[in-house]
Structure formats: structure tokens, C-alpha cells
Write a protein that binds this ligand. Structure first.
Ligand code: SF4
Length: 364
């Protein structure tokens, strides 16, 4: 079975060589976590997981922005959708994410809530111009990959004197979440495959603490099976040499310094703030809040939105799945009460969620 999978890879011969070297470099169990939904899908879809040498333990982390959107945040979206003269503008992948009482934006829309699905935050500006008697609230959800475009949209709204456009600023930043995972002794992570897309924005420096403070490995990697295998080989080799390091093996896309212009725009509009993550709880400095200069675009301030810890969805083990403490198929609801057609938790809603990937590719 493993050989058949390998033959399907574009770079089968190279992958075989890297796998052989990986076996030689491995000294004891190596627990690695990917923290990017695209890596999650790539690892499951390609069958790579079943090819990994014995001793390599793959953990899926909180790399799907929809999955880490907190129940309490979803409740706030639904509540805002029911307000008079408010239109919620959102990416489509948030529509089916459940809040605390099993409600979702899709359900709120079906019940008459004003919710518009957009493909880009910039479309929200046109929506605001078309609806001058309403306030358009764009749901600012996602990681560093999304936040600069939302910040640029806010600046455009200012330039255009649009006074009925707002953003609910709930973006999350990846490096503090990695610190929280490393601080949790129950997670027991040796190395991270670092997110390709987020890294195009932030570069490699913000991950330096992984090696410096925790003595662990981190590699920015591409999404092909060969990219992931090379990252694992690098990690295994450095660990055997006793050299913790954060490295960039995705230079064809990611510059070490990231995208300075995108970072400049993001931090002109937003500043670091604490954020609540589904499953991970409150992580200091892991969010982005409006700076005072742009506060008039802040939907949270205008509508008094409060995001706070709430009990998790009954029976759903997404919190443990997102921390790599539980495989999705170990959740009692997996494939029974919870399927992509009828998801109980967000990890089954998003196509990049671990539970959905397990289900779709039937990982044993
Ligand atoms: S299988 Fe469903 S209920 Fe269980 S952790 Fe995954 S999303 Fe939550």
C-alpha cells in the first residue's frame, strides 16, 4: 500500500531517497505538529502519513482559522446578524461554524438575519455603498494571511469617507499559539512544520523563540509531499546533532523577512491584543485589536461585543484535537453524530479541519 502511494507522487524517486535518509537520521520518537490547514490536507490527501517511518508521530495543530474561532465569537456574529440595520459580511467558510447552542450564521441567515457571503474584504466596501442605511460589519477572522488585506480595506474605507463600514476585529496570530502549545506539558511536541502562507507575511524571525527558548525545531515548508519530507529530514538531522533551529525551506515563496509592506499596513491599523482561541483558551498577545486612530471602524466597540470563555460544545472534543492531544477518530462523535454533512464541531465544518480531513481520506 505504502509503495503504491509513493509511486503516485510527482517526485516519487526523490521522496523515496528522503524517506530512506529520514529512517537513518531518526533517533527515537519524533512528535511533529503541522499548524497550517493546507499542510493538514496535503498530509492526509497524499497518503504521506501512512508512509512515515515508525517513530514519527504526526499531530495536527490549530492551523485552521475557522476551527479556532471561539464559540463565543460565533455567538457574537449571530447576535449582530439579528440587529436592526446591520449587514454581516463574511467569508463563506464561517457560515456553518457552530456557536454555543448549535446555532450558526447559516441558520441565522435562514431565519432572516442579514448575512452576505463575500470572496474578499474589499467587496464589503461596495456593499456598504449600496446600503447607505445599514452598517456593514465585516467579520475579521483569520491569521496573519488575512489581516493585512482587512487592514488595507479599513484604510480604503477611510480614504473613501465610508461611515457605514465596520470590522469585527478577531484576527489571531500564530506564534503566540505555538508558545502556548509548547508551554502545555500535555502536548509534548518536538517540532513544528511552520505554516507556509502565514510565513509569507511574517517571515521566520517571530518563530525564533521555538529554538531559543524551548530548544525545539521549526521548519517553514511548502505543501508538496517532498517539501514535507525534506522538512522532517531537516528536523530529524538537527535533533540528532543537538542543534535546535528554526529554518526556512520554502524560500521559493517565503522570504526570511516576510512581507514588510503587508506587516506595515497590518500594524498601522491593528495592534497586538489578547485573543480567545477555541480549544486553547485565552492566549496573551495572540490577537489584533484596532489602534485608536482607526477605532471608528471597530464594530466590537460600537456594538459592545463581548467575547468570553464559555463551556465547549457538549460532546465535541475539538479542543483536544486542535492541541494534537486526540486524533479525530478518538472522539466518540466522529463519523456517528458528527460528519461533514452534519458537523457538531468546527473541525468537521472546515475543509481544512483535522476531523474533516480524517473523515474524507479515511485515515485509520
Ligand atoms: S469529530 Fe466532530 S465532535 Fe468530535 S472533535 Fe471532531 S468536530 Fe468535534
Amino acid at each position: 500500500m505504502g509503495l503504491k502511494i509513493l509511486e503516485q507522487f510527482h517526485d516519487a524517486e526523490l521522496c523515496r531517497g528522503v524517506l530512506d535518509r529520514l529512517r537513518q537520521e531518526l533517533d527515537g520518537e519524533l512528535r511533529f505538529m503541522e499548524v497550517c490547514g493546507t499542510h493538514t490536507v496535503s498530509i492526509f490527501q497524499s497518503g504521506l502519513r501512512s508512509l512515515l517511518p515508525e517513530g514519527i508521530v504526526h499531530l495536527s495543530g490549530p492551523g485552521c482559522p475557522v476551527c479556532v474561532t471561539h464559540e463565543s465569537e460565533v455567538n457574537a456574529f449571530i447576535e449582530l446578524a439579528g440587529r436592526d440595520r446591520v449587514i454581516i459580511a463574511t467569508f463563506g467558510d464561517l457560515m456553518r461554524v457552530p456557536g454555543n447552542r448549535g446555532r450558526s450564521l447559516k441558520l441565522a441567515q435562514a431565519e432572516g438575519g442579514r448575512v452576505k457571503v463575500l470572496y474578499s474584504p474589499f467587496e464589503a466596501l461596495a456593499l456598504a455603498r449600496q446600503n447607505p442605511n445599514h452598517t456593514v460589519v465585516f467579520l475579521g477572522v483569520g491569521f496573519e494571511t488575512t489581516a493585512p488585506a482587512v487592514a488595507a480595506t479599513v484604510k480604503m474605507a477611510e480614504d473613501q469617507n465610508l461611515d457605514n463600514f465596520r470590522v469585527l476585529a478577531l484576527h489571531k496570530t500564530v506564534p503566540p499559539a505555538l508558545g502556548a502549545l509548547l508551554d502545555d506539558p500535555g502536548c509534548n511536541i518536538d517540532a513544528f512544520i511552520l505554516p507556509g502562507h502565514v510565513s509569507t507575511i511574517i517571515g521566520t524571525a517571530p518563530y525564533g523563540f521555538i529554538a531559543e527558548r524551548y530548544g525545539k525545531q521549526g521548519v517553514v515548508a511548502g505543501f508538496e509531499p517532498l517539501d514535507i519530507l525534506r522538512a522532517l529530514l531537516f528536523i530529524a538531522r538537527r535533533r540528532r546533532q543537538g542543534r535546535p533551529e528554526v529554518a526556512n525551506l520554502y524560500r521559493r515563496v517565503v522570504a526570511d523577512q516576510g512581507n514588510p509592506r503587508a506587516l506595515e499596513i497590518m500594524y498601522e491599523v491593528f495592534e497586538p491584543a489578547d485573543a480567545l482561541w477555541r480549544g486553547l483558551g485565552l492566549i496573551p498577545g495572540s490577537g489584533l485589536a484596532f489602534r485608536q486612530r482607526y477605532a471608528r471602524f471597530d464594530a466590537g466597540r460600537e456594538f459592545g461585543v463581548k467575547v468570553q470563555e464559555t463551556p465547549p460544545l457538549p460532546g465535541c472534543r475539538c479542543g483536544e484535537v486542535l492541541k494534537g492531544k486526540l486524533n479525530p477518530n478518538q472522539c466518540p462523535l466522529f463519523e456517528k453524530a458528527c460528519t461533514p454533512a452534519k458537523p457538531v464541531g468546527p473541525c468537521m465544518v472546515s475543509t481544512e479541519g483535522s476531523c474533516a480531513a480524517y473523515y474524507k481520506y479515511q485515515v485509520g
